[in-house]
Design a binder for this molecule. Structure first.
Ligand code: HEM
Length: 175
């Protein structure tokens, strides 16, 4: 969780998506905690606990690491100052994108969240004006991998997550 980070979103707790609420409420730092569909579904998304497990992973581990990292952190200054998208919305949209691309049932883009934010589809538009250099994208992907390792995600799954993130690199960098 984002204890100590002022913009910890409470929306995650009220968004009405049961799996996410259960995963967050259980306070589990591991991705497999919400993986009740494992066995029925062999996708990487299922391994990671589907949308709820991925959201919990982003909220509990990735976001705190990314916003405090010296390389990636500065790019979130606007968001942390309350001037960009709500952090909880960013987490939910990214969790859906990853769940979708890793074989889960989340919509890719376009989902309307509890507060009315609609997840955007264009990486170029989302990251426009941030001027994120290539090496910062590398660092971001590396942090996700390091946090996944801490959560005991198998190496093969970490590689798949990195592959999915890397596919968006062209839309994210230098915009
Ligand atoms: C590598 C693949 C990446 C993907 C797939 C990705 C995906 C996303 C998504 C889905 C959102 C939320 C979209 C929405 O609100 O509808 C978002 C927002 C954002 N991302 Fe990324 N991202 C990536 C890399 C990065 C990197 C490397 C940084 C900076 C180090 C970054 C900084 C941000 C910021 C600051 C926002 C909020 C923008 C705003 O609305 O004010 N992203 N990203």
């Amino acid at each position: 969780m984002l204890h100590g980070v002022t913009l910890r979103s409470k929306r995650v707790l009220v968004m009405g998506l049961l799996a996410a609420v259960m995963a967050v409420a259980a306070g589990s730092p591991t991705l497999t905690a919400a993986g009740d569909n494992k066995g029925k579904n062999e996708s990487v998304a299922a391994d990671l606990g589907g949308f709820g497990g991925i959201l919990n992973f982003l909220d509990a581990l990735v976001v705190p690491a990314v916003v405090t990292d010296g390389v990636t952190g500065p790019f979130f200054a606007r968001v942390l100052a309350g001037k960009g998208e709500a952090p909880g919305d960013i987490e939910q949209c990214l969790a859906m994108l990853l769940d979708h691309d890793l074989g889960g049932s989340s919509p890719h883009f376009g989902f309307v969240l509890a507060d009315g934010h609609q997840c955007r589809s264009s990486m170029t538009e989302i990251h426009r004006g941030l001027n994120i250099p290539d090496f910062v994208v590398d660092r971001f992907i590396m942090i996700v991998g390091m946090e996944a390792q801490k959560a005991h995600v198998p190496d093969a799954d970490i590689a798949e997550v990195a592959k999915v993130l890397d596919r968006y690199r062209g839309g994210v960098r230098n915009k």
